[in-house]
Write a protein that binds this ligand. Structure first.
Ligand code: ATP
Ligand code: ZN
Length: 211
C-alpha cells in the first residue's frame, strides 16, 4: 500500500515541494521529464502534474494528497480537504489598476472590466462587496490587459509587486492571501490515512523546527 501525492511538475511550487519531502526524510529521485516516481524509504508514490489539475486528481482519488496553492484549491471548487498550510508559495491575489486611475475605493470597480485567471474567486469577492463588474477570464499575462485596452482592472497573483510596477499598474485591493497547502482526498482508505498521519507528523516537526 502506498500513499500517492501530486506535486507541481515545474513552476514556483516544484522545488519547495520536493525540498519539504526531503526535509521529512523522504528520498525521491526526480529525474527530469518524469511523470511519476517512488520514494525509496517511505511508501510514497509521487505524481508530477500541472498545479491546476491537482485538485481534480485528489477529488477523483487518483492522488490521495497533493501540494498546491490555496488559491488554486479555492478557484477549482473541487471537494478536497486542506489538511496543512505549508508556509511557502506565499502570495496574494490582488486587484490592480493603471497608475493614472484615480482609485478611491472598491465602488470604483463598478461596471468595469476586470481581467483575471481567477473568475470564481473574483466573482465571489465582487458579489460580497455588492459590486457588479464584467469578468474577462484570461489564462496568462493578465498584467498587460489594461495597457492593451482589454480591461480597466486586473486581479492577479502578486508577491513582490514588481511585475505590476513594471507594467504601470498599482495594487488597490487584496482579494485573498495564499500559500501552498497539503490537500487530501475526502475519503481516504484507513491505510492511506495512517500514512498521511505519519507524513503530517513529520511535516509538523519540520515546520516547528523552522519557527
Ligand atoms: P503550471 O504549469 O503548473 O500550471 P502555473 O504557471 O500555473 O504552473 P506558477 O506560476 O508556477 O503556476 O505558480 C504556482 C503557484 O505558486 C501559484 O498558484 C501560487 O499559489 C504560488 N505563487 C507564489 N507567488 C506567486 C507569484 N508571484 N505569482 C504567481 N504565483 C505565485
Ligand atoms: Zn497552473
Amino acid at each position: 500500500m502506498k500513499l500517492k501525492i501530486a506535486i507541481q511538475k515545474s513552476g514556483r511550487l516544484h522545488e519547495d515541494s520536493i525540498k519539504l519531502l526531503k526535509e521529512c526524510g523522504i528520498d525521491i529521485n526526480n529525474g527530469v521529464n518524469k511523470l511519476k516516481t517512488e520514494a525509496s524509504n517511505f511508501p510514497l508514490e509521487v505524481f508530477f502534474l500541472r498545479d491546476d489539475d491537482i485538485p481534480q486528481y485528489i477529488e477523483d482519488g487518483v492522488a490521495d494528497i497533493g501540494i498546491v496553492g490555496e488559491n488554486v484549491v479555492l478557484e477549482k471548487q473541487k471537494q478536497v480537504n486542506i489538511v496543512q498550510k505549508l508556509g511557502f508559495g506565499k502570495c496574494r491575489l490582488s486587484m490592480a489598476v493603471e497608475k493614472s486611475f484615480d482609485y478611491t475605493g472598491i465602488q470604483d470597480l463598478h461596471n468595469k472590466r476586470i481581467a483575471t485567471s481567477y473568475p470564481v474567486i473574483v466573482g465571489d469577492f465582487l458579489k460580497s462587496n455588492g459590486i457588479s463588474a464584467e469578468i474577462h477570464e484570461i489564462s496568462g499575462s493578465v498584467e498587460i490587459a489594461p495597457g492593451i485596452g482589454l480591461a480597466d482592472a486586473i486581479c492577479d497573483l502578486v508577491s513582490s509587486g514588481s511585475t505590476l510596477f513594471m507594467n504601470g499598474l498599482k495594487e488597490v485591493e487584496t482579494v485573498l492571501k495564499s500559500e501552498a497547502v497539503l490537500a487530501a482526498c475526502h475519503d481516504l482508505q484507513p491505510a492511506q490515512q495512517q500514512l498521511l498521519d505519519k507524513l503530517l507528523f513529520r511535516i509538523q516537526a519540520v515546520r516547528k523546527a523552522k519557527n
